[in-house]
Design a protein around this ligand. Sequence first.
Ligand code: FES
Ligand code: FES
Length: 158
Amino acid sequence: MATISLEVNGKARTLDLPDNTLLIHALRDHLRLTGAHMGCDTSQCGACTVHVDGMAMKSCAMLAVQADGRRVTTVEGLASDDAPLHPMQQAFHDNHGLQCGFCTPGMVMIGLDIARRHARPDPSTVRAELEGNLCRCTGYQNIVAAIVDGAGRMETRP
Ligand code: FES
Ligand code: FES
């Protein structure tokens, strides 16, 4: 067993869990944050994407103990108190960037990471950046449009 202390969505949390617990299981099973989804067993789908110290990470490919002392943000932690949706989430809504929604939390989190690293990402940049995030429904067109739009909204945010 291990005891870890981390910040999750702005709150300090301490967890006792088996050493081999994956971060996604710590989030979903111990903290009941079920926004990050387990979509594969091979670290390929990206549905589990969260941010660790501000960078997108696949939470199925990281042990919870590796998050000890770090800052984790899940899709549940994006919206501020005065807005129901983060601008990137609103862009997904407005561009119909989802169908079943299973991949969507991961797409939003990688979208934010893309926006952080590219001031004005063009569609081809977004498509290349999405190589680690799979969607079985949409054909990606509206996801790409949503991320381009969302990145633009974040740029104009005060
Ligand atoms: S569940 Fe993490 S990449 Fe698929
Ligand atoms: S919207 Fe269904 S998997 Fe992407």
